[in-house]
Design a protein around this ligand. Sequence first.
Ligand SMILES: [Zn+2]
Length: 254
Amino acid sequence: MIAPDLQTGVDRLRGLVDQAARIVPFTGAGISTECGIPDFRSPGGIWTKMQPIPFDAFVESREMRDESWRRRFAMQDQFGGARPGRGHLALAALYRAGKVPGVITQNIDNLHQASGIAPDNVVELHGNTTYATCLDCAARYELDWVRQRFDAAGGRAPECSTCNGYIKTATISFGQAMPELEMERAQQMALNCDLFLAIGSSLVVWPAAGFPLMAKRNGAALVIINRDPTEFDEFADLVIRDDIGETLSPFISH
Ligand SMILES: [Zn+2]
């Protein structure tokens, strides 16, 4: 059913949460917009104004690597101080209560970890933009380290100090394969829950969008919380088309 109003939606969600033993949240950009992080793919979002740099171009072109890092540091100046929102805090409370074993996210902003969910319990389908790795040897680099060298070299992307490989944010770029381990973990979580919460995702990016139906077909209740309709609404046990922070704030506990 589609909740006729916010209070009815929250009451029904409370009932489903109380009944559930294993709740798996799946989050998209909508949970982070109240933290000041824009939905890059939405109409008017950054990717509709500026072409994203595909993975092939990053690997093939020094100019593209430099440009990629220039954009990343511009983002850091705008969104680097973002803190978890009410949706993140609510999910962290359910995690602490033992109801949520982990979160699957399409977001790359690290805000689930910042809200108190252990990094091992956050399955990031699109990686993480708050640190970088060497594409060859997988060594981890912090953004500050990259920026120091980038600035000192007049805007040139540094290379790995161990193997000279290219250093890239730990995100999955357009044209880059989905991470197999994370996809497998997300599938296991979707198949082993009794309540699946799709939160702030338009559910259009495949293969990630397959998880809600996977959970539903395996017997879980499905709740979709998103401002706009999704093509899976008809399969959901509950649809709340409202603000995510407003909807989830009653579930925050301290
Ligand atoms: Zn390396």
